[in-house]
Write a protein that binds this ligand. Structure first.
Ligand code: ATP
Ligand code: MG
Length: 413
């Protein structure tokens, strides 16, 4: 028996939406809308913390760039400063990627994920909304089996629970995050209809905050139940968490008493699917990414396009760059055989990347096209091929990522 024996009234299991399957399409859409609204609110809560983190990163870049200039003037090496700038941009990229995954709209995707990766990533973002006077303790088993859950859903669960915990502790306390794989026996799942005994990944979020009395605890999963003043809470956080755990076939429990903190435990059934393949990194020196092919590079951000041109030309490529998509199309129309590959941004005035690709492919169907973009609501890692792109290169990228993407696309063509 893995679950601790907890006195009956200390556990609350609210059976909401018991007959989810029979929910009408209308109420399903309403639920999706509610989740989106709640998510936007959560993003609002994040904005201040994120801005603060971003300013810190910008300060690191600014200071190092100024110091690099000084070093250069003095005829000294600026390697250390430049490396710190690179490191800072990696941090900034991680932060933006997280926000974008989180704010992505739309229907759930059915992905098989390793919670250890997702939870650690989510905590990087959440760290910026929890006051630094609160200790965060992470106890994550790196060997948990994968579970079936949408990545943005797990972010939303973590954010809602951690914001609640942080609000319950005000300025001081300890937030503990735990992740482990457990075996639930017959007796553990008996009280939860439709849940089978077996292997589950257990995620716990516990705090040393104000805790809850019995009456509060019994209502927390109800939509719009809140004990917080107007403007602070809408009471949607936990009902959204409940809905997500339920839709994954999971179990959620809470242990709490007034003045004694709170512990939320969630159990997600282990998936039979093997989960995401880990990226295999190819050592830089094993790869000859240079070439002499002709590349059409389109990005309305002039500085970026001219930098990319320099990077590619250093490796031997011939690059024509355009900051206007319609001028790029005109150049291609005039001499379609003069290019071996196109790299294009998506969000541009005049033609978007998707529209430009469509026009180009109607002239030369076999031309490899790489989409290089920071964020689009239209194209995702799942559907970029449907729009005719052979690769998706997510901005910001480092020079090697660009050169590799180009070489790989040319070799595959
Ligand atoms: N960790 C916790 N410690 C103490 N009380 C909690 C904790 N988490 C939730 N609660 C109680 O449950 C209530 C409902 O939480 P929920 O997250 O659903 O809404 P909210 O936090 O009040 O508002 P919102 O999340 O929409 O901003 C809270 O108002 C609070 O009384
Ligand atoms: Mg909340």
């Amino acid at each position: 028996m893995i679950l601790p024996e907890i006195p009956e009234k200390a556990i609350v299991w609210v059976e909401m939406n018991r007959n989810r399957k029979s929910q009408s399409e209308k109420s399903r859409r309403f639920e999706l809308q509610m989740r989106q609204v709640q998510k936007m609110e959560a993003i609002g809560a994040l904005a201040g913390g994120i801005a603060h983190d971003f300013n810190n990163i910008l300060a690191i870049i600014q200071l190092n760039a100024a110091m690099a200039l000084d070093s250069q003037k003095a005829g000294e090496s600026a390697e250390e400063e430049l490396n710190q700038i690179l490191e800072a941009t990696v941090r900034a990229k991680e932060l933006t990627m997280k926000i974008l995954t989180f704010s992505r709209k739309g229907e759930k995707s059915d992905s098989v994920l390793c919670l250890q990766d997702e939870v650690s990533d989510a905590m990087k973002m959440i760290r910026s909304v929890v006051p630094t006077s609160i200790d965060i303790e992470m106890n994550i088993d790196q060997n948990c089996s994968p579970v079936r859950i949408d990545p943005m859903d797990i972010n939303q669960v973590m954010l809602n629970l951690c914001v609640n915990a942080s609000q319950a502790m005000e300025e001081k306390g300890r937030l503990a995050i735990g992740l482990a794989e457990v075996e639930l026996a017959e007796g553990d799942t008996r009280e939860y209809q439709q849940r089978q005994p077996g292997r589950y990944v257990q995620l716990t979020v516990s705090d040393t905050g104000c805790g809850m009395d019995d009456e509060t605890r019994e209502s927390i999963f109800e939509p719009f139940f809140t004990t917080k003043p107007r403007g602070v809470g809408t009471g949607m956080g936990l009902s959204v968490v409940y809905g997500i755990v339920e839709s994954c076939g999971g179990i959620i429990r809470v242990e709490s008493a007034a003045g004694e903190g709170a512990t939320f435990s969630m159990f997600f059934p282990v998936s039979d699917d093997p989960g995401p393949a880990r990226d295999v990194l190819v050592a830089e020196e094993e790869w000859d990414a240079s070439g002499c092919e002709r590349i059409l590079f389109v990005d309305d951000e002039k500085e970026l396009a001219s930098l990319a041109k320099r990077v590619l030309e250093k490796r031997g490529y011939k690059v024509s760059f355009f900051s206007s998509s319609s001028e790029a199309l005109a150049a291609f129309r005039a001499a379609p055989q003069d290019f071996d590959l196109m790299v294009t941004d998506h969000n541009m005035p005049e033609l978007t990347g998707v529209e430009l690709a469509r026009e180009i492919l109607s002239i030369r169907r076999e031309l490899p096209i790489i989409l290089s973009t920071g964020y689009t609501s239209k194209v995702s890692t799942r559907n970029f091929r449907d729009h005719g792109f052979c690769q998706l290169l997510v901005k910001p990228y480092n020079p090697m990522a660009l050169v590799w993407a180009v070489r790989r696309a040319l070799d595959a063509a």
